[in-house]
Design a protein around this ligand. Structure first.
Ligand code: NOJ
Length: 561
């Protein structure tokens, strides 16, 4: 598949779990054969790039983020040939594929770790981070605070402690060892040769450890990724690297390097602030953080998202903001996990359609590449009682049939139960039902993505300028790219607002409302006046005045002899 320059900046990503998408061989688990059958759905939805959650061999103690063989597809998902066919079929539909890659750690079941722990002389011993005490790197934060007490775990076989930033069954690899670094390059090569268009690199801040530091974002880690980027660029030009670095703005921006590290990084600081802004009905949490996360180098892009397969993480907010988020969005203690909220998008906002549309309007027009999470386009529900993050990872809902049309097995054989909560029951919330209803969220998202596609350049690559105005509940900004200007106007509150907007530089321009293709009154001398109902929003292209005609009007043309 070709990779035109900056293709990723114009894209809309869709995060897809092979396990959760479609069961092609009737065993209760999704697989590549099943996902191939649903590629037309994704193309028709209007997304361009699929991000696949980890599909490698794994004991699934962390849903595939615990890899036990980097060179194998998990047998439940199919064979390498099935994977190859998936890539071919996706590419045939102009869908690019980005694969998750977990570099920081492996499963304790990985033969590398098994060899390492069994024998101190083993060549694999130094592939992991060992210590005789658990007192090294003190003060480094624990990430999975609900499960782990320390980043060190005693291994009775090795008779030493090993280092892990996540679950204690996920030993960290030792990146000080050049063999480990080379092995990861081989993994990257292996999958890129099979045609993937990029990697979403998991847990990037944590590769190296140094005493007296937070062991996050170290210079050695940046150097490793710069090296990886250079090798990818040399061998696979056009493929991308996307960083999962859940860090504060300055630290995450550093992963773009000097256009020589990651092409993309998720904007973790922005996501919770969108939810804070709509709950408080004020724009400044969004405007402040967007200003802090810009500028970034021209060839780089943020990945922006509302929800994903993890808990809605609240690591990058203040304690006060976190309390506010819990109070607003996690009324029951069971809804919380680690420092976050384990709920899907629609339940988070009480299935409020206007809010769902507002949130997608923001997602599709703030600077960055929008990333949708599978099922959220249906307004899928969740099940917070399933443990860990499983409640947001239930089967995709295709139809009102048994198992939501995801699989033909007996329901008890499903990898997770489908959603039957009355407010979100799969019998009405599914692709088949929503395709039939032109008013459904799915059809609305399809339409809005079609509009956005026409303006992909300005939304994907354009500058942003926030416009000053008097109403704190309104968020107003311009996106501009190569002479095209889109004015975005959002009412973040539950009350109607009236706005006067001063647009002197656009005098005589005509706002064209993008969703209805409707021309609004021309901008004149006076401030432009808007009214916006609760949670209402508009995108306008600002059309410059037609240039005055230079040829004489027809009536003045002298009659021909
Ligand atoms: C981040 C992933 O998104 C999450 O699901 C996983 O548990 C951790 N990294 C550990 O790999």
């Amino acid at each position: 598949m070709d990779h035109p320059p900056l293709w990723y900046k114009d894209a809309v990503f869709y995060e897809l779990s092979i396990k959760g998408f479609y069961d092609g061989n009737h065993d209760g688990y999704g697989d590549f054969v099943g996902a191939i059958q649903k590629l037309d759905y994704l193309r028709d939805l209007g997304v361009d790039t699929l991000w696949l959650l980890p599909f490698y061999q794994s004991p699934w103690r962390d849903d595939g983020y615990d890899i036990s063989d980097y060179y194998q597809v998990h047998p439940t998902y199919g064979s390498l040939e099935d994977f190859d066919r998936f890539i071919q079929e996706a590419h045939r539909r102009d869908l690019r594929v980005v694969a998750d890659l977990v570099m920081n750690h492996v499963s304790q079941d990985h033969p590398w770790f098994q060899e390492a722990r069994a024998d101190p002389q083993s060549p694999k011993r130094n592939w992991f981070v060992w210590s005789d005490t658990d007192q090294k790197y003190r003060g480094v934060r624990v990430i999975f605070v609900d499960t782990e007490r320390s980043n060190w775990t005693w291994d009775p076989v090795a008779k030493q402690y090993f280092w892990h930033r996540f679950y204690s069954h996920q030993p960290d690899l030792n990146y000080d060892n050049p063999e480990v670094r080379e092995e990861m390059f081989r993994v990257v090569q292996f999958w890129m040769k099979r045609g993937i268009d990029g990697f979403r690199c998991d847990a990037v801040p944590y590769l190296f450890e140094r005493e007296g530091t937070s062991c996050e974002n170290l210079p050695e880690t940046h150097a490793f990724f710069k090296d990886l980027r250079a090798r990818v660029e040399a061998e696979f030009p056009g493929r991308i690297l996307l960083a999962e670095a859940n860090q504060w703005p300055a630290d995450v921006k550093a992963y773009f390097g000097n256009e020589d590290e990651f092409h993309m990084a998720f904007n973790f600081p922005l996501m919770p602030r969108i939810f804070i802004a709509i709950a408080r009905e004020v724009h400044h949490p969004i405007t402040d953080i967007v200003m802090q996360t810009l500028p970034i180098p021209a060839t780089c892009a943020w990945g922006i998202f509302l929800r994903n397969h993890d808990e809605l993480t609240l690591e990058m907010v203040t304690n006060e903001e976190r309390d506010f988020m819990y109070h607003e969005y996690a009324k029951l203690p069971v809804m919380r996990l680690n420092l976050g909220i384990r709920r899907r998008l629609a339940p988070l906002v009480d299935d409020d359609r206007r809010l769902l549309e507002l949130l997608h309007g923001l997602l599709f027009s703030l600077p960055g590449v929008p990333v949708l999470y599978y099922g959220d386009e249906l307004g899928m529900g969740d099940n917070v009682f399933l443990g860990d993050r499983n409640g947001v990872r239930t089967p995709m809902q295709w139809s009102p049939d048994r198992n939501a049309g995801f699989s033909r097995v007996d329901p008890e054989m499903l990898y997770l139960p489908v959603i039957t909560n009355p407010n979100f029951h799969y019998e009405s919330r599914n692709v088949e039902a929503e395709v039939r209803l032109s008013s459904s969220l799915l059809r609305w998202i399809q339409r809005i993505l079609a509009v956005r596609r026409r303006y992909a350049r300005v939304f994907g690559r354009g500058e942003i300028e926030f416009l000053p105005h008097a109403n704190p509940s309104a968020l107003i900004f311009l996106r501009r790219y190569e002479g095209q200007t889109v004015l975005c106007v959002f009412n973040l509150s539950r009350r109607s607002v009236a706005l006067e907007l001063s647009l002197p530089q656009f005098k005589e321009y005509t706002p064209l409302e993008l969703r209805g293709n409707t021309r609004f009154p021309r901008i004149g001398e006076l401030p432009y006046f808007f009214t916006l109902g609760e949670h209402e929003w508009f995108w306008f292209e600002l059309l410059p005045p037609e240039p005055a005609s230079t040829s004489p009007p027809p009536s003045s043309v002298p009659p021909s002899p």
